[in-house]
Design a protein around this ligand. Structure first.
Ligand code: DAH
Length: 347
């Protein structure tokens, strides 16, 4: 009996000393294997008489069960420790940023154009879209540009090596003003015979092109044309509409505009529109944002309208300029370089 409990104690120590499952199996062999200590005890039973065999056998079996129980415990403990170790070393770092597909965003110029469309839309303006490759007539002649006007020269306007059918090359439109003519013509055709003709109230944002490149000029840039023609549309409507637009665009009433006399062949009188913030980093500086004027009667006629009855205003504003002012961008070229470090700031 003494010997048996000693044996169980030895087994317990041996199992505890085993650091790995392999070591534990070695220890098991020493007690429960073919010539293990417990097995040897059982073998010695044969030398006993029947009576003693029975009690001694039961004692040895109890000891054997204890040893087996201790072995099972140690096996489980080693397996748990191994799992814990695995979890520690092969751990999944859930704080690591995942691999995600980049999400796109709208370009700041698109964002600015959308704002412009929404604001003029709220004032009843239609939004129109037209060709970027234009004929000489739409870009210049219809807009009352004299034959020798510098805008027509190769230094300002990009020409395409394709004839417009009247002996003149097509151009990349140098402004959105041709859209005044295209839209008004379509409007006049659509409402032919209507008296009075419904008003024309439209903006036409889009890409424009000029031979020019520096921090504030890009060969491709954006304008938004505006046109409001009716029977009694005057300069004061232009002032009210433009002031409302610019204050909404910049989300401040602390902003003034002024109309500075100017010249455009397609308007008479003509004016540059300047704006000035009443506060902020650009406070107190007049910033030019648009050309404008009362549509010239010859242009009204070129639209296919009656210049005796139709009168109105037009303007052409730089979308890039407005976007630069709104987002505080100092170099126009940043908009068109496609650098994601810049573009993702607008998402
Ligand atoms: N087309 C002119 C430009 O690109 C801008 C402009 C001026 C447009 C006066 C207009 C206008 O509609 O009335 O410089």
């Amino acid at each position: 009996m003494e010997a048996l409990s000693l044996l169980v104690g030895q087994a317990e120590q041996a199992f505890a000393a085993a650091r790995t499952p392999a070591e534990l199996e070695d220890a098991k062999a020493r007690f429960l294997g073919k010539s293990g200590a417990v097995t040897m005890q059982l073998k010695q039973l044969a030398t006993l008489v029947a009576d003693e065999k029975k009690t001694r056998g039961a004692e040895i079996n109890a000891a054997k069960q204890q040893v087996e129980f201790l072995l099972g415990q140690r096996r489980q403990a080693l397996a748990d420790a191994e799992l814990a170790q695995q979890l520690r070393t092969e751990s999944l770092d859930v704080s690591l940023p995942g691999r995600h597909r980049g999400t796109g965003g709208l370009h700041p110029i698109t964002l600015a154009a959308q704002r412009i469309e929404a604001i003029f839309g709220s004032m009843g303006f239609d939004v129109a879209d037209g060709p970027e490759i234009e004929t000489d007539w739409y870009s210049f002649t219809a807009l009352n540009n004299p034959e020798n006007h510098p805008a027509r020269s190769m230094q300002d306007t990009f020409y395409v090596d394709v004839n417009d059918g009247e002996g003149r090359p097509l151009n990349l439109r140098p402004h959105t003003s041709p859209m005044q003519i295209r839209y008004a013509q379509a409007h006049a055709r659509k409402h032919a015979g209507a008296d009075p003709m419904p008003e024309i109230r439209v903006i036409a944002p889009g890409r424009t092109y000029r031979v020019d490149s520096d921090a504030t000029h890009s060969p491709m840039f954006h304008q938004v044309e505006g046109l409001w023609v009716g029977e009694n549309i005057s300069f004061k409507d232009l002032k009210a509409v433009y002031l409302r637009f610019i204050r909404t665009f910049f989300e401040t009433d602390d902003l003034r505009i002024r109309f500075r006399p100017s010249y455009f062949p397609f308007t008479e009188p003509s004016a540059e529109i300047d704006m000035m913030f009443g506060s902020g980093p650009l406070q107190g500086r007049w910033l030019e944002v648009s050309g404008s004027g009362q549509v010239h009667p010859q242009v009204i006629r070129n639209m296919g309208l009656d210049a005796e009855r139709c009168i109105g205003f037009a303007f052409g504003s730089g979308v890039d300029r407005l976007a630069m002012l709104r987002y505080g961008v100092s170099d126009l070229r940043l908009f068109f370089e496609g650098d994601l470090r810049f573009l993702t700031q607008f998402k």
